[in-house]
Design a binder for this molecule. Structure first.
Ligand SMILES: C[C@H](O)[C@H](O)[C@@H](O)C(=O)CO
Ligand SMILES: [Mn+2]
Length: 411
């Protein structure tokens, strides 16, 4: 007697075959697409360095759910629980403040690969790759709202050293895990109110970036991305690291790309439309998949139209090796393990949705100028039994399907 999931899958397989889509093949392809899960949802970005410092830089984790990991043991236990709820290939994205201090305090301008050796061991044991993020905020030397673009040379030098060391650590992690580690830089630098000299800070940032990026690393071990932003809380009027700024930087440097965070643009701008502008020039792209609600509020990622459009676009361009998918949100209003798992699962669902699209057929209609069929078949896709294939995919990967949240809360 076939179980419910198998019966459902048989029907779905037949229906997708009817529109020329091979569901087995789609699941196989999905197996190979890593999603990089940010570790900081587990503890609201408190980190191991100084968990009581509090977030600075115009970012916030709001909400009153009490499940935030309170110590390292709880942090790893919860992170592992969340990983176990997400099917397929995964990476974990670290921040520099999650370093191991090896028994004594180490500031950000002094961290070394040794402070992340235990993470490399952990990643090997759990079969995941690692990505990295320098932490240019939540530190006394970031309290003026300026880091790499500060007018103060000492502040700049401190953060330049941090950036350089994070690149070295990323290269070490990539080499040890035999999987490229993406080192994503995000700085909060900006002004709350009307800004008179918008260029001076950008020139300083450029100079700092050039120093950070001077050393060349094997692209098979590490690559850098620079994450732009429109505005931060309390930094509403001017952000030094704008999208145009990093785009120009990435276009003129090798082994370097932009990171587009879905919460860092004007609400009507679509990331799905932006990716191919980089791919067309042979550039890779890093994504922070997030969910802004009215502002860059970092809500938990869901299977929204925006996320589905981004993942479908990656599938249509077959750009799995050129667009790197990472999560980024910090919501303190719900259970942290469930939040962490839900966002990554939603991205995998969106990818599966895209892989189940008869892309060649749709492209053919477009080429022929048959826009009626193009629209009608894109819409038809929404009523196809995609959920039945997803359940099968979870089952194949020994991950709970429908009732997964019970494992997150009580597993
Ligand atoms: C913690 C991350 O570095 C941070 O969320 C950054 O990626 C960002 O999106 C800031 O708004
Ligand atoms: Mn981000």
């Amino acid at each position: 007697m076939m179980d419910r999931i198998d019966r459902g899958y048989e029907i779905a397989k037949e229906m997708y075959a009817g529109i020329g889509v091979d569901t087995d093949m789609a699941m196989e392809r999905l197996d190979d697409i890593p999603v990089s899960m940010h570790c900081w949802q587990i503890d609201d970005l408190s980190g191991f360095e100084n968990p009581h410092k509090g977030l600075t830089g115009g970012i916030q984790a709001t909400g009153g759910d009490t499940s935030r990991a309170k110590n390292k043991e709880e942090f790893f236990r919860n992170l592992e629980k969340a990983l176990a709820l997400v099917p397929g290939r995964k990476k974990v994205a670290l921040h520099a403040i999650y370093r191991d201090d090896l028994g004594s305090f180490v500031d950000r301008d002094a961290i070394e690969p040794a402070h992340f050796a235990s993470w490399a061991e952990w990643a090997k044991e759990h079969g995941v790759g690692l990505d990295f993020n320098p932490t240019y905020f939540s530190h006394e030397k970031a309290d003026t709202d300026f880091t790499l673009s500060s007018y103060d040379r000492h502040i700049r030098e401190f953060w330049i050293e941090h950036g350089k060391r994070c690149r070295r650590i990323s290269a070490y992690l990539g080499k040890r895990l035999k999987e490229v580690c993406i080192n994503n830089h995000w700085i909060p630098d900006g002004y709350k109110d009307l800004t008179v000299d918008r260029q001076a800070h950008r020139e300083l940032l450029l100079e700092s970036m050039n120093q950070i990026m001077a050393e060349k690393y094997d692209p098979g071990h590490m690559t850098d991305s620079w994450e732009s932003k429109l505005f931060g809380l309390g930094l509403e009027s001017y952000t030094v690291g704008s999208h145009e700024f990093y785009t120009n930087y990435a276009m003129s440097h090798e082994n370097c790309m932009v990171c587009m965070d879905m919460g860092h643009f004007h609400p009507t701008e679509q990331i799905a439309d932006k990716m191919t502008s980089y791919l067309a020039f042979g550039k890779e792209v890093m994504l922070h998949v997030s969910r802004p609600v009215r502002w860059d509020s970092d809500h938990v990622v869901i299977l929204s139209d925006e996320v589905r459009d981004v993942m479908t676009e990656i599938c249509r361009q077959n750009a799995f090796d050129r667009v790197h998918i990472g999560t980024d949100y910090f919501d303190a209003s719900i259970n942290r393990v469930a939040a962490q798992a839900l966002g990554a699962r939603s991205i995998k669902q969106a990818l599966l949705y895209g892989l189940l699209e008869p892309a060649e057929r749709l492209k053919k209609y477009e080429l022929e100028g048959d826009y009626t069929r193009r629209l009608a078949y894109i819409e038809r896709q929404k009523a196809m039994p995609f959920g039945l294939v997803w359940d099968k995919y979870c089952q194949k990967n020994n991950v709970p399907a429908g009732d997964w949240v019970e494992s997150a809360l009580y597993g």
